[in-house]
Design a protein around this ligand. Structure first.
Ligand SMILES: [Zn+2]
Length: 287
């Protein structure tokens, strides 16, 4: 019998070493704006995956120094959402890398700090004062960095959580920094989601040799996190399609959907109505 899945009450937080020179920096919370970062260290410099909100900047820089004496050479933004890239300015000597579409989204949508302040009221003052620093180096499908003898693959597998998601994959270590394409015990923010594209990306991810997943939000997990994310999104899509065919509005579809059980214990349930709206938009051919 499969082991019953459950969501633990407390999640690990702070710097967690996953292997020699490979770290997760975990927020330990499913609250909006509380994202994770990743670190790949070497004598030649450090690569940081996501730079978090300014509120966590000092602690993040301290964690980086604890992990390595080398300077941060690269910051990779997994996508344009502000909780993943607001801290870019805290690493002024690093090159900020992202998918080309992520840079576009950062400039076109993501530079509206008033919008982010409204979405993340707890961090509103910081966000209103922020001078955003967009990525300065972009790629289209894949980029490989060689850092102190280690390969770091930046992969864009299609439209999913946003149009410009990057997955950071370490093939030797079999570690995946997934950004919000894979979240664990947290329903990630849906305003840019293309659920069908997202499911395709998760299928492609399933073909990668991954042993450890550092999600954009939530605790570190093994590769099962990829199939769980798939399970949740397919469930949402199935229910949305049913309600759409019955002519119900998306809010009603969300009300009718009782996640319950394991997925019902994930943080961020209030985001489900927006998922329903996004799936309806897909069904109407608007995405
Ligand atoms: Zn996000």
């Amino acid at each position: 019998m499969p082991r019953r899945r459950r969501v633990p009450r407390r999640w690990p937080r702070g710097l967690v070493e996953l292997g020699p020179g490979v770290f997760a920096y975990l927020s330990g919370s499913g609250e909006p704006g509380m994202a994770n970062a990743g670190l790949v260290t070497s004598d030649e410099g450090v690569l940081l995956v996501d730079s978090l909100l300014p509120a966590f900047g000092r602690a993040l820089r301290r964690a980086v120094r604890r992990a390595s004496r080398a300077p941060v050479r690269y910051v990779v933004n997994t996508h344009y959402h502000i909780d993943h890239m607001a801290g870019n300015g805290g690493f002024p000597r690093a090159t900020v890398i992202a998918h080309a579409q992520c840079r576009r989204e950062a400039l076109e949508i993501g530079s509206d700090m008033e919008m982010w302040a409204r979405r993340l009221p707890r961090f509103a003052d910081d966000l209103r004062a922020l001078q955003p620093r967009p990525p300065s180096l972009t790629y289209e499908d894949r980029m490989v960095l060689y850092l102190g003898g280690r390969e770091v693959h930046l992969l864009h597998l299609g439209r999913a959580h946003t149009r410009g998601d990057t997955l950071v994959y370490l093939p030797q270590e079999k570690v995946l920094f997934a950004g919000d394409v894979v979240c664990v015990h947290v329903v990630s923010g849906p305003p840019d989601a293309h659920v069908t594209g997202w499911l395709r990306v998760l299928d492609r991810l399933g073909g990668l040799d991954v042993e450890m997943v550092v999600p954009g939000h939530g605790p570190v997990a093994d590769r099962k996190a990829i199939s769980e994310m798939r399970e949740l999104l397919s469930l949402l899509r199935r229910e949305a399609r049913k309600a759409y065919r019955e002519g119900l509005p998306p809010a009603e579809a969300a009300r009718r959907l009782r996640l319950g059980g394991y997925f019902g214990a994930w943080a961020g349930q209030e985001r489900i109505p927006v998922y329903m709206e996004r799936i309806y938009m897909e069904l109407r051919g608007e995405l």
